[in-house]
Design a protein around this ligand. Structure first.
Ligand code: C2E
Ligand code: MG
Ligand code: MG
Length: 730
């Protein structure tokens, strides 16, 4: 620390000081002022007209970090002084405050000057003021300066921090704002105004601007939030709302901020940013749609329906009103999809969805469960069950009518129809899954009852379904335990010669006790419905190939054809011909002895590749018979297209009414069919022959082969072999 008093170089020079100086300084100030100057918390330096330092007070020497010897006499322009400007760049000597005053005669006010510390690094900042002063006609410069290092560092830090903030905000899309709650001043950034489509200044800005520019439906919520927030003592907050854009649309935003409070917790200032949530809301909406809506039709999906149905049931429980769940399935949709392609199928589903929506009231719920399944939920059908039934009937009538009009699908006009199952609910304990299951069961009944209709659920359906489910399990079990065995029914030529056999499957249900087997008629229907007919059919074919192979080695049975019934579902499998070919090869059965019987419903199924599939089997030697001809919706046209070898007529024609034993109408029909078969080069077999009158009539009419209880009942394959084979007669 310098403790010397303010020194007078002139006096010192007179006492032998030899340092250079062109000007002989006069006493600086009156002696009284000297101690005062020395204690002044500011540096004071007096420069002569040529720039030399004439004198400096103690504080000046201290601030400049020099002794008197080093300072006095120094020229202000010598490079010994290194000053920097406020921005840190070097200050050229002509800008030094003293030089500026001497050059211009003008004072310098509040100039920030930095003095780099020579060793320690860092800068000592000073605030300099300089004045010109005339003395003996000569100009002098008096420079006063005080240290402001702390202030300057704060300013620099603030500048940097502001710069950082500005950069960060430029990089973000958030819009800053600030509200001084004491003065009432507000600041809305340009980005904030951009959010609402205005330029800064276009709209009045005050503390309520952001609420005024919010969506009217959000304003009271925001005001409530603000009131609560200010009283809560919380410092951080965030609120979502919608701003109204100048163009008229809503901008979803999230305002987040910080509140400065005084010691009593009173809010003084609120500052924060408002972020645009538009994109996030879009993404959220998209995720929601993907999760809850069917992308094809835009309808709610199963998940949405299940959640919605929960609310509907709760409402029904409160209102004590009936409602209805309707399960809707398109008839023959699968066929259309398979034959016309999925694009056409999709188009149909979209149009169906649109028509359903149009046929329903705004308050009715409609969902697509997947595939061609739709669900309609009706609410508030009244407190009387009969009224509710009537209402549901009306709605289903509207749906049937709406879907009854043909659909226009690019290349074609197509018709479809729905089968609808309906169940009522009244808010009792019946759960969602149960209701959907009930409606589904009723829908199956509608299908079974001829489709294009609606059926109400009744508890009997549930019992039937339970029975069917149990039967399915048993069928599966039977399959695994190979309980399906073959019986054979003989077929004869009119002269009584054995002409062939039909393999009929039997279910040997209780293997251990060898209980009487049941006829195929009792379980084939259920196996068809559940699809189990496919594996059962494969076992039947395997057994049949085994039989044929064995018969081939028996001189009496070697030439005997065997007819095996196959289901349309088996033929649906494109691999069926190959699988059968492999079976024939593995067993060594003569393919030429195998006939496959298929029923007329094969035509209704309209399988796309059925004919080539049949032809492929024909090539192996396998033949086809059309079973139960004349009982289904057959069209004679099909007979020409399909490669059948035989027509089989049964009960409907064989048991046709007779007049006094004299064949009339029935006989003519049989004769006509035989003639037709001859024309088409088809063989003809009559089955279900139960009495002599039928037998002789059918023989007279020209039937090639006869089959029936009169001539021989189905018997286990082994018994058949004993009865008709070589071993049996030996
Ligand atoms: P279907 O092919 O028309 O078979 C003839 C049915 O009539 C057989 O009944 C047979 O036992 C019965 N039947 C034979 N003669 C007479 C008669 O004189 N009077 C009467 N009332 N009935 C007679 P089953 O075995 O119960 O078979 C019923 C139907 O089940 C068959 O009709 C056939 O469509 C189907 N089926 C039988 N076995 C199989 C099989 O292995 N696979 C497939 N997919 N269906 C089979
Ligand atoms: Mg048959
Ligand atoms: Mg038949």
């Amino acid at each position: 620390m310098h403790t010397e008093p303010l020194r007078d170089p002139a006096r010192e020079r007179a006492q032998g000081d030899t340092r250079p100086g062109t000007e002989v300084p006069a006493p600086l100030l009156a002696p009284l002022l000297d101690p005062l100057l020395d204690h002044l918390p500011a540096g004071v330096v007096v420069h002569g007209s040529d720039g030399h330092v004439l004198s400096a007070n103690r504080h000046a020497l201290e601030l400049l970090g020099r002794g008197t010897d080093e300072a006095v006499g120094l020229e202000a322009t010598v490079p010994a002084w290194h000053f920097v400007r406020a921005d840190g760049t070097p200050m050229p000597p002509h800008e030094f405050p003293a030089n500026h005053v001497l050059r211009t005669g003008e004072p310098v006010r509040d100039l920030v000057v930095g003095l780099p510390a020579p060793v320690a690094g860092g800068v000592r900042w000073m605030l300099a003021n300089a004045y010109p002063e005339r003395h003996d006609g000569r100009l002098r410069a008096i420079v006063c300066f005080t240290e402001c290092t702390a202030l300057q560092s704060t300013r620099l830090a603030l500048e940097q921090s502001e710069q950082r903030l500005a950069l960060a905000l430029r990089g973000s899309t958030d819009a800053p704002w600030d509200w001084d709650m004491v003065s009432g001043d507000t600041y809305y950034s340009p980005r904030w105004w951009e959010l609402v489509g205005y330029a800064p200044g276009e709209q009045e800005a005050n503390a309520t601007t952001w609420i005024r520019m919010a969506h009217p439906d959000d304003q009271s919520r925001i005001a409530g939030f603000l009131a609560e927030l200010l009283h809560s003592g919380r410092e951080h907050f965030g609120i979502e709302f919608r701003l109204r854009h100048r163009a008229g649309h809503d901008v979803p935003v999230l305002a987040r901020g910080y509140i400065v409070r005084d010691a009593e917790g009173r809010a003084l200032r609120m500052s924060g940013t408002t972020g645009d949530l538009t994109e996030r809301k879009h993404a959220e909406r998209r995720i929601y749609e993907l999760a809850y809506f069917d992308h094809l039709t835009g309808l709610p999906n199963r998940r949405f329906l299940t959640e919605e149905l929960g609310k509907v049931l709760a409402r029904a429980a409160r209102s004590q009103q009936y409602g209805a769940v309707m399960f809707l399935d398109l008839d023959n949709f699968k066929l259309l999809n398979d034959t016309m392609g999925h694009d056409v199928g999709d188009m149909l589903l979209r149009q169906v969805a649109a028509r359903l929506r149009a046929a329903l009231r705004e308050s009715d719920h409609l969902a697509r469960l997947g595939g061609d399944e739709f669900v309609v939920v009706l609410e508030n059908l009244g407190t009387s069950k009969d009224d509710a039934i009537g209402e549901a009937q009306l709605v289903s009538r509207r749906i049937l009518d709406a879907l009854g009009v043909p659909f226009d699908l690019v290349a074609c006009e197509c018709s479809t129809s729905p089968s609808i199952g309906t169940t009522l609910f009244d808010g009792d304990r019946t759960g969602i899954d149960t209701l959907l299951k009930q409606a589904d069961l009723a829908m199956y009944r509608a299908k079974a009852d001829g489709r294009n209709t609606m059926r109400f659920f009744d508890p009997g359906m549930q019992e039937a379904a339970a029975r069917q489910a149990a039967l399915d399990g048993q069928l599966r079990d039977g399959l695994a335990r190979r309980q399906f065995v073959l019986h054979c029914q003989p077929q004869f030529a009119p002269d009584g010669r054995l002409a062939g056999a039909e393999a009929l499957v039997r279910w040997q249900r209780d293997g251990d006790h060898m209980a009487a087997p049941v006829g195929a008629g009792e379980f084939i229907g259920q196996a068809e419905a559940s699809g189990l007919i496919v594996p059962i059919g494969m076992q039947v074919l395997e057994e049949s190939c085994g039989l044929l192979a064995r018969w081939a080695r028996d001189p009496r049975l070697a030439g005997l054809p065997l007819a095996v019934n196959v289901s349309v579902r088996q033929l649906r499998d494109p691999d069926f011909p190959d699988a059968l070919a492999a079976m024939l090869a593995a067993s060594g059965a003569p393919a030429g002895r195998l006939t496959l019987e298929i029923t007329e419903n094969v035509f209704a199924a309209k399988l796309p590749d059925l004919i080539p599939r049949m032809q492929r089997l024909n090539e192996l030697g396998v033949q086809f018979a059309l079973d139960d001809f004349g009982t289904g919706p057959s069209s004679l046209a099909y007979l020409q297209d399909f490669p059948f070898a035989t027509l089989k007529i049964g009960r409907a024609l064989v048991h046709a009414p007779y007049d006094d034993g004299a064949p009339a109408h029935g006989r003519h029909l049989v004769e006509a069919i035989v003639a037709l078969a001859r024309k088409l080069d088809l063989g003809i077999i009559a089955e279900d022959v139960e009495d002599e009158a039928q037998r002789s009539l059918l023989a007279d009419c020209g039937c090639d082969v006869l089959q029936g209880y009169l001539l021989g009942r189905p018997v286990p394959a082994a018994e058949f072999e004993r009865m008709y084979g070589a071993a049996g007669t030996a």
